[in-house]
Write a protein that binds this ligand. Structure first.
Ligand code: ATP
Ligand code: MG
Length: 442
């Protein structure tokens, strides 16, 4: 029983010294571990700038949480330092995260504003996209010298901005229709989505990919060093049992080789230790943390970040993916969305609205789409995918307030999806718009 007269908050923390280094990407490490080769490729590609040649365009790719952004920032800082020492004219913009922009207009505007003084910023609307591009060219020419533009998460670049940014911009100096004559533009594009590269036009691919730097996942030993570095800063002396960092490293290596996840496990393990009122973090706390980490993260999305319509759309997309015998087309997602919205007594919005929800989910990095050309029949269709494991998404949905929207046999369908035993289920009749053959809506 809680005595209401007591205040249950603790004023001291026996476990954490400084949580910031464990927090999502808000901390810039002073040391980068185990990326010597990637750093040397990077330095080599940018070396030209320092000695007075034109900058190269660079494409950096690899899975999530493997240091692409961290290494890029580190190399950027070193380059700026050297250029300043040598008196080389260099202006660096970014990394700018494309995920934060919904249209070419908003992305270009923010780039223009990077060059401009606070009292001269461009408004969020009022010009044409061509106009704002002209402003950008003017700003680039006005600063002159080498202009390096770093775009992060370019898989999220607004579709209407793809060619303009990844092809036209790096070639603007060669284009007679732009005012750029003396400035030299180098573009660095970073992506964790290799499917994105496949859909780029060859000319774009070869422009951006003048130099390519691939980041692979970390192995357990590498993660041990990296996580150890953060753990030293984050935890109080002596609270970590010896096995904690190696275990978190082994788990993350097994999953995706992703530092970010390892850091989350350490934070979570520390929190379990703190909740148990002890002053040591044990192997058991790490195990507890790993069991819940993915689901907890997604549960936070369901409860805090997504509107109810977005949550239903996310769930419907996941169901469409595990449904046997089909790809998750917009039509399939919409049918499932309508069924679960209806069965859980929530408003059913139009298909046009669904596109918006899917778009918003993709802005948050939860869903992604690939466009498919329908060949001689003409037209295009979108196939959707979720970026997390459908198992974790369903578990999170079942723990959330959307529990009643999950079909009662979802776990069974999932199991058969995972075992690839689609034969157990007859693919639903495509003429049955509700797909009630398969799903049991409560
Ligand atoms: N080699 C490393 N040494 C030190 N810290 C690292 C290293 N690699 C990654 N980190 C840290 O791990 C976290 C994730 O790395 P980062 O943000 O660079 O990943 P990313 O490859 O850009 O992932 P995403 O594709 O999701 O953006 C950051 O806090 C970063 O500082
Ligand atoms: Mg990144």
């Amino acid at each position: 029983m809680v005595d209401l007269g007591d205040n249950p908050f603790d004023t001291t923390d026996a476990i954490f010294e400084w949580k910031q280094p464990l927090k999502k990407d808000t901390f810039s490490p002073e040391t980068i571990f185990h990326r010597d080769e990637e750093i040397s490729l990077y330095i080599n590609a940018l070396q030209d700038v320092v000695v007075g040649h034109d900058p190269n365009n660079i494409f950096v790719f690899g899975p999530t949480g493997v240091g692409k952004t961290a290494v890029t920032k580190w190399v950027r800082d070193k380059l700026q330092e050297k250029a300043a020492e040598e008196g080389v004219p260099l202006h660096v913009i970014g990394p700018i995260n494309c995920r934060n922009y919904r249209s070419a207009y908003s992305l270009v505007t923010s780039l223009v504003n990077e060059f401009r003084e606070p009292d001269n910023k461009l408004p969020e609307s009022g010009y044409s996209t061509d106009n704002v591009f002209e402003f950008l060219h003017e700003e680039i020419e006005a600063v002159g010298g080498n202009v390096l533009i770093i775009l992060d998460e370019i898989d999220n670049i607004p579709p209407d901005a793809r060619n303009d940014f990844l092809y036209d911009l790096p070639r603007a100096e060669a284009n007679e229709n732009t005012p750029i004559e003396t400035a030299k533009i180098g573009l660095i594009g970073i992506s964790n989505d290799l499917k994105f590269v496949d859909v780029l036009e060859p000319k774009v691919k070869s422009t951006l990919g003048e130099r390519e730097i691939k980041f692979g996942p970390y192995n357990a030993n590498e993660l041990r060093d990296i996580l150890g570095y953060y753990a030293d800063m984050a935890f109080r002396d002596g609270v970590l049992q010896d096995e904690v960092v190696p275990l978190a490293a082994a788990f993350s290596a097994q999953e995706r080789g992703d530092v970010r996840q390892g850091l989350r496990i350490l934070e979570k393990a520390g929190e379990y230790a703190r909740m148990s009122d002890g002053n040591v973090v044990t192997e058991e706390h790490v195990r507890q943390a790993t069991e819940t980490i993915e689901t907890d993260e997604l549960l936070d999305y369901f409860e805090d970040d997504l509107s109810s319509q977005q949550a239903l759309t996310y769930l419907a997309t996941t169901l469409a993916i595990i449904e046997p015998g089909h790809e998750a087309t917009t039509k399939r997602v919409y049918n499932l969305y309508s069924s679960i919205a209806e069965s859980s007594n929530r408003p059913v919005k139009s298909e046009r609205k669904l596109y918006e929800f899917l778009d918003q989910l993709s802005m948050q990095g939860l869903v992604r789409s690939a466009e498919q050309n329908l060949g001689i029949k003409g037209g295009r269709k979108f196939i959707y995918d979720v970026t997390d494991d459908p198992r974790d998404i369903l578990n999170a949905a079942l723990k959330s307030s959307y529990k009643n929207a999950v079909p009662s046999n979802a776990k069974r369908v999932l199991k058969s999806h995972l075992e690839d035993e689609a034969s157990e289920f007859q693919p639903p009749d495509t003429s049955d718009p509700q797909q009630r053959n398969l799903w049991k809506f409560t």
